[in-house]
Design a binder for this molecule. Sequence first.
Ligand SMILES: Nc1nc2c(ncn2[C@@H]2O[C@H](COP(=O)(O)O[C@H]3[C@@H](O)[C@H](n4cnc5c(=O)[nH]c(N)nc54)O[C@@H]3COP(=O)(O)O)[C@@H](O)[C@H]2O)c(=O)[nH]1
Length: 927
Amino acid sequence: MTAPSTAQTLAPPAGQPLGQPPAQPPASERAARRARRLRGALETYISLPLFALLPLVAIWIATFHFIDVERNAALGAARDATREQVDTYEAQMARNLTAIDQTLKVIKYAVEMNGATGALPVLRRQGLLPPGLVIVVSVTDRDGKVVASNPAMPALDVSGQSFFATHRDLEDGSAAGAPQVSHTLSDSARAEPHLHFSRRINDADGHFAGIAMVEVDPAYFTSSYEHSREGERGLLALVGNDGVARALRVGDKVSWGQHIAIDGLPGDAAEPRLIIPDGVPRYAGMRRLHGFPLAVVVGLAHGEQMAQYQQHRGTYLAAALGASLLLVAVVGLVSAWSWQLAKARRRERHAQETYAAASEASLDAIFVLRNVLATDGAVADFMVEETNSRAGQLTGIAKDAMRGRLMGEMLPFYRGNGMFEELARVAQDGGVAETEWQAAAQPASGRWLQRQVVRVEGGVVVTIRDITERKLTEERIRHMAHHDELTGLPNRSLIRDRLEQAVKHAQRHGNCLALAFVDLDGFKLVNDGLGHNAGDELLKVVGGRMQACLRRNDTLGRLGGDEFVILLQDVADDPLALAPVLEKIRQAVGEPVMIAGQAVQVGCSMGVVMYPRDGDDPKTLMMNADAAMYRAKDLGKHNFQFYTREMNASVEEKLVLLEGLRKALEATLDADAPAHAGRFHLVYQPKVDLRTGRMFGVEALIRWRHPEHGLVPPPRFIGLAEESGLIVAIGEWVVRSACRQAQAWRAAGLEGLTVSVNVSARQFEEKRLVERVANALRESGLPPSALELEVTESLLMRDLNQAVERMRELKAMGVSLSIDDFGTGYSSLSALKSFPISTLKIDKSFVRDLADSTDDQAIALAVISLGHRLNLRVIAEGVETEQQRDFLLAHECDEMQGYLFSAPVDAERIGEMLAQQARRDRMRLAG
Ligand SMILES: Nc1nc2c(ncn2[C@@H]2O[C@H](COP(=O)(O)O[C@H]3[C@@H](O)[C@H](n4cnc5c(=O)[nH]c(N)nc54)O[C@@H]3COP(=O)(O)O)[C@@H](O)[C@H]2O)c(=O)[nH]1
């Protein structure tokens, strides 16, 4: 029910002339377009991703904020830890160095008191020496040679050391207060690396007297390294003011000698920087040691200090990423769903627009009707919601005027013709209803319409189609299917139908009816002789005449060809009562008819049956009428015969004969088949040259040897074989057998003999005749010139053009043709001229009375003369007497055939006759 509303929007604006450029759309339309565009922009699949950007950005801003806070906190903590470590380390080192310096001072005092060698024993005794395992103390003379040490150590000369030179070269004895610190080194007295702390010793005069030394393992200065504080890659270093590390520990590894730019280091923890060459960034702090040329350096590894921060950062980033992905996925899914929805809506809109356009362009009238309900809920009427232009044409009410109106008020007749009830039924029960009716109201009055009603939500859609043309065509087709095209009379199927109805009617009312089969006598002559058009004209005239003899409720029909049928209803149960009308018909048909300026005359043979005496069903009645009609034909034509029971015997006989023919053909073609109906065989009748008396050819004639009835003559079965079509297969067998036999005689040395074969009309008209003849010749090996086909004159006249064409094909193959029974047909001289024939055969009916009948003599002479003028040979058949032969010879007939020379005989006898003839020829030649 949504489509029509769209149709409204699609329709051109009222009043806009066709073919003119559209004017500026009205403001309302522009506003509608703007609204559509805005709606499009607000579609969820566009707006949602845009809005989703906000939380996405918020998530990441918050994440980076937290990370930054964490980072600053971590940096601050690292700075504080470094500062604390520096403080601690500085305090430790200050204590250690003060202790070392104290030792140096005690030794210096003792040397000054007790001399260089006596000082250490005195101190040892007093317990003032540090444990020798950790700290070695020694005293040198003014030349730098170690003169006393605790514990004792090998001789050592330190005069080359810079710290010794520094002490020695000091002028001012007061300057001796500053201790010196060596680089970490190994010497000849002690291989382990160690540091020398030294003080100058003066003699009583204040002159340089040597130095006091304390040697310390560098590891001693970094032993305060704790993993829990400094980590695995933290750094503790004791560095000289010259920037050279005296002791440096990273993790568990102690080393020395590295250069550390302590001047660049802040005294406090600061941003991480590379401070040693091991490539690890550290937060580093430095503090100079008061009273010593040394500084302490503490470094905390950046990675270790920021490890927790890094872990938190990873967690924050993962959480933000997860949340973002979730958001994107949710938004993506909702957008995709919304996009699909929008697409479906667009498709629906498009379909609606297409539907609206199509319905407007439709040749069918379309009504979209909304139910109007009564208080009890039943459909009381329908309101027009939408229609198309075609609906306007059909109702005569403008399309726009119909919208919103009640059907009952607009088309009141729809309540009277069942339309409303149908619409209401579909509206309530659903389904589809289809009805055809003839409109009674204007403007479609008289036209055939078809409506289809389909339920939709809240109403129905009615489609109305004008089917008048279809109805007329159907009527035409129905008429054609039941009427004969030529005469317009009922055809076989309608006659059968009417007969069935008539029999039922007669049965019900106890009435009688009569059925007559009518076959025209002599129609074939007119049709063959004057052509099909003449035949058609004759049929129409005769049909009209018969019709004129009948009452209105009688039926005249044409079964086909020249066969008609008459159905007379409600007749008296007395054949004699029918005689007047039958006689009237007979006479009417027998009146001459002018066709193409020529008067032609035909008769009719009628077979009449009556219901119920001659049959109580249509089939029996028709069969018996046919039998009666044949009896009328047999009895000399142009008469009518009432059916008697004896007539059926001949019909049955025909059926038996036909069955026998089929079996005989089967048995003939298949030597192994049982021969219940006998077999066919050929006999040959010699053809003789009238002048020389020599046999030059034979005519092949078929015979049927029936196991019960003996020899059945061709006139008894050739006609039936023709009628049933069996003649085609039988004829093929005759041609093949005759060719084979002729070739056998040739092979036996009986040269020069031709064989003639009769070809019937059905055979001649069969498409494959030429092919069949060619096959017979090829299979047998007989030269085509040795075969002659005999065709009757009337056969050729059935379809002249086709006959000439077929004869030419056979002639082109080399086969000869002759016209059989010449004189009995109606061939025109011009037609005869066009036939590619070689022989004319005078029919035996003209030969029989040749001796006595001057008419027959005249005909025979005319045929001979005509033949010779057309350069044809002439043969006379049925020559039984010498008078007949003499007459023919005297009048230059060329050949003869008949009992006088020989009846048809079997092939063996022909062989003997040919052999005799050959002997006679030899004797004549010899004699
Ligand atoms: N389509 C085919 N038609 C055939 C074939 N074989 C025969 N026929 C046609 O049947 C008709 C009768 O034939 P048949 O009974 O064989 O009679 C032929 C001769 O026996 C008979 N005849 C010959 N000489 C005489 C005579 O001196 N007197 C006399 N009363 N009858 C005689 O004439 C018939 C031959 O006639 P035609 O063919 O016109 O030369 C007949 O119409 C045959 O054509 C067949 O195989 N196919």
